[in-house]
Design a binder for this molecule. Sequence first.
Ligand SMILES: [Zn+2]
Length: 316
Amino acid sequence: MLRDDTELPSNRDSDLVNEQEDEKLLEAIRQKQENAWSLLIERYQGRLTNFAISKLSRREDAEDIIQETFISFIKSLDNYRAEVNLETYLFTILRNKIIDKYRSRNTRTVSLIQDVFCSSQDENTYHAASNLQAAGPSQSWVVSQNEQYEIQQSILAKALMKFCQSFKDSYRFRNLKILELLLYSGVSTSTAAELVKVEESTIRAFKHRCLKQLQKFIEELNVPTDFPYSNLENLLTDTWESQRITCPKRSTIGAFLLEQLEPEWFDYIDFHVTTLGCHFCRANLKDMRQQKTLEESMFRERIMASTIGFLHNTEL
Ligand SMILES: [Zn+2]
């Protein structure tokens, strides 16, 4: 059974997303090899397009913004260092472009949080949706991206990663689910209580303990003295989303798709993708499903080619 961080040896796509492969590709792109560029687009266009469509609805808008994203990527290639993986880097560019688009439209009517709550057919989540506040770009999305803010985010991300990893290592997935609901999606404690079927007072106490523990982790990290502890909650959602704190690796999403995960992991990934509705991971999952279909149709053609002669030449 597979756990996170495990690549699927038989999954060709897992090899493709291998970070070393990405690095080779980037090297070739830096040498202006058109073929490498074409390969990189092929590799990432599906998941990026699915994400853009989930935010912008219209395919034409999504396609425009994807082209702009790849242009920005080329322009910023000199600055790219492999501190974040390529997928997250591309998602960040795309996400910023979408924010700009919302800003220029000056609209407050489109949801930028995991609005799958509002479209889910599941009775519990549907009911929970009615408790969510009116949709609008979360405030953190429009916070100016100044340097100090980025430093604060990266400190918080380190502390959050450490915190979440401890839950994963000990299989405390319910804790992780509650944290994702509260800190990633920013739902109220009452909604979170309803979704995970726990008393609201338990959720409140848990949240309190988590924030204290998080503060402890932050303090262990040589932080500047002016770190905004009092503003921690406001920083959390944006950090969670931009750094993709709990997003599983693509190979794990692939294993989920093929139902090759341990039951606890399967349940958690299912929650992340279908209940929480992480748009990044849904975009990835959709892309993998599309590729699977394409692979199946190519395989079907091969079977046809190798069997058609027999069909004609065999007396039936
Ligand atoms: Zn995710």
